[in-house]
Design a protein around this ligand. Structure first.
Ligand SMILES: Nc1c(/N=C/[C@@H](O)[C@H](O)[C@H](O)COP(=O)(O)O)[nH]c(=O)[nH]c1=O
Ligand SMILES: [Zn+2]
Length: 362
């Protein structure tokens, strides 16, 4: 196997931590000695061991004179765990292959420098693009301190999210809906508007066939606190629910929700909720990744602010028409094509009968 092959293995191992490590990045490490893999590790949870620690621990005495492949530069600062660079030096690793350097100013280049000063051969840049593609959430949240926003919509071929009579269950099939639950399971928060709560009474939990998958925090944008007291999101206790309201909501209305399990009402000091204030608040609350499931009005407000980092579109092979049938993005809309949010299509795939398109704003 070549360096690239071992690094691709480390990249795949890193994916074990997806959705579990925020606000830390996912990282993978593979230790190779005399052409044999002797240690593998992934960072699984912020505050717990780093990928290198697991891999070196598994390699034991074979780590001496071995090569370690790490998807991100080994840390050199004393965070919640001792520096990995010191661990590699202590275990007399011979060569360190790093896919990409750490964007964290605390770390950038320091780990590599420490290793080289200890006489360890360090190579940087193998599979850099694939390694960077692991952590868009980490890079974005570190830089901006607001969540990385994925906007998801599910429409018919003619772009509708429901019929003129409001019927929407279901537009997409099981495979696409399962895919949505996989996204939910790796996100810190899922956000809908109160109109979706009123129309669908959604549970917004992760329901994977094997019953695994963590539930994201359910975030409801609800300027005047119209969320019904009997709604699933405030009664099922399956996941925390944060209802974000404007400053016109009075005290007794707020008190109605205080004994609801896991429900927090967060009041912003503005009459109507602006996307930027919501994202700033969620960033402060530690939400690094946000899955926006609409509906149309909410999607419209995120589009207006261009507060979108990734778009997941599911298209079902159905036509329902209807001038009044809602499309996936409502709101006041963008008036000129020149101001359109231009995206790059990253992938197109078939999921059952539906098509899934992943795109990212340029
Ligand atoms: N109508 C559809 C969707 N609809 C999405 C939202 O309008 C629903 O309220 C929300 O997914 C329900 O959440 P739940 O109760 O946790 O299942 N989303 C999809 O991917 N396909 C659809 O056909
Ligand atoms: Zn480390």
């Amino acid at each position: 196997m070549r360096d690239q092959d071992y690094m691709n293995l480390a990249i795949n191992v890193a994916k074990a931590g997806l959705g579990q490590t925020n606000p830390n990045p996912v990282v993978g490490a593979v230790v190779v000695k005399d052409g044999r893999v002797v240690g593998i590790g992934a960072h699984l949870k912020a505050g717990e061991a780093h990928a290198e620690v697991y891999a070196i621990h598994m390699a034991r005495e074979k780590a001496e004179n071995a090569t370690i492949y790490v998807t991100l530069e080994p840390c050199s600062h004393h965070g919640k765990t001792p520096p990995c660079a010191d661990l590699l030096i202590k275990n007399k690793v011979k060569r360190v292959v790093v896919a990409t350097t750490d964007p964290n100013p605390l770390v950038a280049g320091k780990g590599i420098k420490k290793l080289r000063e200890a006489g360890i051969e360090v190579e940087v840049g193998i599979c850099k693009a694939s390694a960077d593609a692991l952590n868009p959430v980490f890079y974005h949240y570190l830089d901006k301190k607001i969540p990385y926003v994925t906007l998801k919509s599910a429409t018919t071929l003619d772009g509708k999210i429901a019929t003129v009579t409001g019927e929407s269950k279901w537009i997409t099939g099981d495979a696409a809906r399962l895919d949505v639950h996989l996204y939910r399971s790796i996100h810190d928060g899922i956000l809908v508007g109160v109109n979706t709560v009123l129309a669908d009474d959604p549970s917004l939990t992760t329901r994977l066939p094997d019953g695994t998958g963590k539930n994201p925090i359910r975030i409801i944008l609800d300027t005047s606190l119209r969320t019904p007291l009997e709604a699933k999101v405030v009664n099922d206790g399956n996941a925390p629910t944060w209802i974000i309201v404007g400053n016109q909501v009075n005290r007794e209305k707020l008190n109605d929700f205080q004994d609801k399990p896991g429900v927090r009402v967060l009041q912003l000091n503005e009459q109507t909720l602006s996307v930027n204030s919501v994202l700033t608040l969620l960033g402060q609350e530690g939400i690094a990744s946000l899955f926006v499931e609409g509906g149309a009005e909410i999607n419209g407000s995120f589009l207006k602010e261009k507060a979108i980092n990734q778009v997941i579109t599911y298209i079902a092979p159905k036509l329902i028409g209807g001038k009044l049938a809602p499309t996936s993005i409502g709101g006041s809309g963008i008036e000129t094509l020149g101001e359109a949010l231009q995206v790059v299509i990253k992938s197109v795939e078939q999921l059952g009968d539906d098509v899934k398109i992943v795109s990212e704003p340029i």
